[in-house]
Design a protein around this ligand. Structure first.
Ligand SMILES: NC(=O)c1ccc[n+]([C@@H]2O[C@H](COP(=O)([O-])OP(=O)(O)OC[C@H]3O[C@@H](n4cnc5c(N)ncnc54)[C@H](O)[C@@H]3O)[C@@H](O)[C@H]2O)c1
Length: 388
């Protein structure tokens, strides 16, 4: 059985741990938070002596692993991935693969030089919806793609939790939102469209989540705010009343869930007013890609709508595709529209099983040495576009 080390035991790592299906075991956790190491012991039954605060301590423990999953914060990816490659350990690496372009290129170089593979977590390439979209877009009868309009609604709750109050709200802690969020969208387009863009333009700003947009009288923390009831950005409403986005919060020993949520709202960034957080990442973002044959693909990110979703309109010489919500509709010239309905699976866990397919393909590659669908070399261009 394949032995794995997990670097960073948070939300993503927990999901990957649930995808192993007896094909691999987690032999090591590297996680600086004592709380999260304890959580790993209780959640996946790993012995405490196999949980390390520092990567160096894991290496000097001499515990054997065959491969590593890196699901730690963005700014740690490059350094951990380089170290794993030098040890000869294939890596399943969370996106973004690194936070600057030179590091991305360097990782590709080191992977080629060592002959050790890196699979980048672009799980949407394993999602049945996007697999169908790629298949339809690749139909030669449609002719050349001429324009692509692609929108990504981050969803208000995700935006507030992750990109305003949370770890991806400040570029110094992560990277620009083009890299931390839109890299999936650029990756999908590069994967499904023929050729490669020769030019790209990024434009964006932090327009909305700024102090000057706070309503008169708003307090720095939602718990203290006289305007909290009825505020659609309220952290009290999101976490305490609706109990959404709380799965990654861990209670202290003896603490009830209510006590934990009050502590988090009182003490952490998750309790701050969205207009008075230290966020600096863009809340509107556009990426335009121009292909040598004239194809223009434009990605627009929005963040204020409550529900997150992707929508796309692709125009070809001989037809059009509309994708949005849970359906894809193909309109060929001179024939009735064909609609494909994914409503039965679209919101199902683990990205409709895509996470699991990606992990399994990674595990296969550890044994066979074959490259995976989302091998680093296939994800390099999208990262260079997003990080430029
Ligand atoms: N592929 C996707 O769709 C997807 C979705 C969400 C997040 N991500 C990426 O996955 C990674 C993890 O995100 P998450 O949502 O699980 O975050 P998280 O905060 O839930 O987990 C990160 C974990 O890493 C730990 N950590 C912090 N510093 C560390 C260090 N120096 N070394 C090792 N571990 C460290 C944290 O304590 C935490 O337990 C990020 O890079 C993020 O961008 C990818």
């Amino acid at each position: 059985m394949i032995s794995l080390a997990l670097i960073g035991f948070g939300n993503r790592a927990g999901k990957y741990a649930s995808c192993l299906d007896g094909r691999a075991r987690i032999s090591v956790i590297v996680e600086p938070s004592a709380e999260r190491r304890l959580y790993a012991v209780s959640k996946i039954g790993i012995p405490p002596e196999c949980c390390f605060c520092r990567f160096e301590d894991f290496v000097s423990s001499g515990i054997h692993v065959d491969a590593v999953i890196i699901a730690s914060p963005d700014r740690t990816h490059y350094d951990y991935a380089c170290r794993c490659l030098r040890h000869g350990w294939p890596v399943l690496l969370e996106k973004p693969m690194a936070t600057d372009a030179a590091q991305c290129v360097d990782l590709a170089r080191l992977s080629a030089e060592t002959g050790v593979g890196i699979t980048v977590c672009h799980e949407l390439r394993y999602h049945p919806y996007f697999i169908k979209l790629k298949e339809l877009a690749g139909d030669p009868a449609l002719g050349r793609p001429l324009t692509v309009d692609w929108t990504i609604d981050v969803g208000l709750n995700r935006m507030m939790h992750s990109f305003v109050r949370g770890m991806w709200g400040r570029e110094k802690d992560s990277a620009p939102i083009a890299a931390t969020k839109l890299c999936h969208d650029v990756d999908l387009l590069l994967w499904m469209l023929p050729g490669e863009p020769s030019e790209w333009h990024l434009a964006g700003e932090r327009k909305f989540f700024r102090a000057e947009n706070a309503p008169e009288g708003a307090a720095a923390r939602c718990l203290d705010c006289p305007l909290e009831k009825g505020c659609k950005f309220s952290a009290v409403d999101l976490y305490l009343r609706r109990r959404e986005w709380i799965s990654n919060f861990i209670p202290l020993p003896g603490e009830s869930v209510d006590e934990m949520l009050h502590r988090i709202l009182r003490e952490s960034d998750f309790g701050r007013c969205v207009f008075f957080s230290d966020n600096d990442v863009n809340d509107t973002q556009t990426i335009e890609m121009v292909y040598p044959d004239g194809l223009r693909a434009v990605i627009r990110m929005d963040c204020i709508r409550r529900d997150g979703e992707r929508k796309a309109h692709l125009v070809f010489e001989n037809g059009e595709i509309d994708a949005g919500g849970s359906t894809i509709t193909l309109r060929r010239k001179d024939s009735a529209p064909e609609t494909y309905d994914f409503s039965g699976i679209i919101g199902s866990p683990l990205h409709a099983g895509a996470d699991k397919k990606m992990v399994h393909e990674f595990l296969d590659s550890v044994t066979s040495g074959k490259t995976t669908r989302t091998d680093l070399s296939s994800a390099l261009k999208s990262h260079l576009i997003c990080i430029s």
